[in-house]
Design a protein around this ligand. Structure first.
Ligand code: AMP
Length: 228
């Protein structure tokens, strides 16, 4: 059965890292709306030009634009075995539109990664991203200036500047936190502690998804790349 997963959580909770790893393990596409917008900025498209101004303030791109992007992406055949959504939905309007888009598909599993605000500010301030391959650097070693994966230069994301981070956290509390209320009464909603190490959070995410999946016949495990 298709594995349709949303990873929710504030900026800096580790959603992107966890969503990438989980999607690779389960061989389903990771759909990150932030990455789609950053790609559009790099490519210099009209969408990119419009999105950049909004992203640089820490605010949200309009629901209409984001819903259109995700509708297009989810209509591609590679999402038939499932997908991991990272950064979408960000508002209740987007969540309602997503439910409509997915009518008739297997139920959404929603995992909320929780982290305290002080820790989020600390992590986002320290975050460095490779400008060539997009990998997040180890935030514990700020002396590192090149990517350990491809050797590209590490940079701070322009929206990780402190005043933008504060605005992103305000926007999250106002617009995105209500999503937890929107989803939490569903039997496929789970909440995990994101303050632990990335490995521990990955284990908690796997366990949460496993426990939220509809009952499968004994012996049928979640499809995993690690199992070959
Ligand atoms: P992210 O990489 O998910 O932190 O997203 C970076 C920025 O892209 C956000 O601060 C928003 O400005 C914009 N963005 C990404 N996803 C969405 C979305 N679903 N709705 C509105 N804006 C978004």
């Amino acid at each position: 059965m298709a594995l349709n997963l949303i990873v929710l959580g504030p900026p800096g909770a580790g959603k992107g890292t966890q969503a990438s790893q989980f999607a690779a393990e389960h061989r389903v596409p990771k759909i990150s709306t932030g990455d789609i917008l950053r790609d559009a900025i790099q490519a210099g498209t009209e969408l990119g030009r419009k999105a950049q101004a909004t992203m640089d303030t820490g605010r949200l791109v309009s629901d209409d634009v984001m819903i259109g992007i995700v509708r297009d992406r989810l209509s591609r055949p590679d999402t038939a075995p499932g997908f991991v959504l990272d950064g979408f939905p960000r508002t209740v309007t987007q969540a309602v539109a997503l439910d409509e888009m997915l009518a008739g598909r297997p139920p959404l599993i929603v995992v909320d990664i929780r982290v305290a605000d002080d820790e989020l500010v600390r992590r986002l301030q320290a975050r460095r991203v490779c400008s060539r391959c997009g990998t997040n650097a180890d935030a514990t070693d700020l002396r590192q200036t090149t990517c350990s994966r491809c050797g590209g230069p590490l940079e701070q994301r322009s929206d990780d500047a402190e005043h933008v981070v504060r605005e992103r956290l305000r926007v999250y509390a106002r617009d995105t936190k209500p999503l937890v209320e929107y989803y939490q009464r569903r039997p496929t909603f789970r909440s995990i502690d994101g303050s632990l190490s990335p490995e521990q959070v990955a284990r908690a995410l796997r366990a949460a998804v496993e426990s939220a999946l509809p009952h499968r016949p004994a012996g049928e495990a979640v499809r995993s790349g690690a199992e070959g």
